[in-house]
Design a protein around this ligand. Sequence first.
Ligand code: NAP
Ligand code: ZN
Ligand code: ZN
Length: 349
Amino acid sequence: MTAVKAYAALSPATALEPFQFERRALKPHDVLIEILFSGVCHSDLHQARDEWGGSIYPMVPGHEIVGKVVLVGEHVKKFKAGDTAGVGVMVDSCRECKPCNDLLEQYCVEGMTGTYNNYERDKSAIAQGGYSTMIVTDERYVYHVSGQLSLPGVAPLLCAGITTYSPLKFAGVKAGDKVAIAGLGGLGHMAVKFAVAMGAEVTMLSTSPSKEADARKLGAHHFVLSTDAEAMAKLDSRFDVVVDAISASHDYEIYLKLLALHGKLLVVGLPSKQPQVNPFELIKNRRSIIGSMIGGTKETQEMLDFCAEHNIVADVEVIPMQYINEAYERMLRNDVKYRFVIDMASLKS
Ligand code: NAP
Ligand code: ZN
Ligand code: ZN
């Protein structure tokens, strides 16, 4: 067992606070990782505050983890001490069903085991996430990280990165496609980077006029205020793909209207309130709405390799662990460019 320091939510209504617990002793396929950086996803806030229901406490959030391998179990093949490694949103799955065999473990028929806010598969403990100094994870759900990328910027790739890369690949986005991204947050800014790297003509749809210059710096070719009905009407039936990366409740309607023939609304944002969909807008242009959950182990490694090849990392603001509650408030005020990343050294001292 390894004693670790962490920050946890003890209830939906209380701020995160210092917390200590023990990581399990290494099983033969486990890897012990010293966490260096941990990204702050809006899903952390949704779950810490029980906005989706069913949250399990105490909860150590964090599923955008990057660090150094310290120790490996006796049967570990993929890693050795000293390697740079990442852990994302999923730490286990049944490993027997069709999705698991297809390396789409996030769609495991029994349900994947989340990095936190889940019980371990053997029910021995509550799985705890990356706002902590160490993590023990089965090597199947651990990824190699290129030493050439800036590590704080790598952490958000483990959720924001794969969650936007996967649907863009699934939709077959290619050079020349017209792609719009709705919501310039942690996920949205990665979606812009990936769509640009895939050669698409990218339009940012945002509620924040102040983000136009940044959107263009990220590579977006166009910027449209989604609150400007006239400007949005001009985009009617224009896009092959719209990525919905919005964290707050909203209807799909205004984004659905933007899709051309066979256009796809790729939904990754997870507000708690159900959206409205007008079936007349759906049948027009034979549009579809496609949901997408993170990515499987194979595609996550592929995404990290793609990032190393194209020199892609997240734009981050590095914070100490002690700043997390203020960071959550700023995330709700839409005041983050574009991902908070916790420097875990702040917990070790
Ligand atoms: P974030 O950094 O807080 O960004 C959310 C963005 O949504 C904001 O920057 C804002 O962009 C836009 N927004 C906020 N309020 C809005 C409103 N009332 N109307 C329209 N747009 C609004 O959040 P994130 O970490 O990127 O996460 C986004 C969502 O994806 C969350 O719900 C999260 O739980 C979910 N998620 C899903 C998966 C998955 O597997 N599918 C994985 C991770 C996260 P503008 O200022 O540009 O409008
Ligand atoms: Zn996330
Ligand atoms: Zn399975």
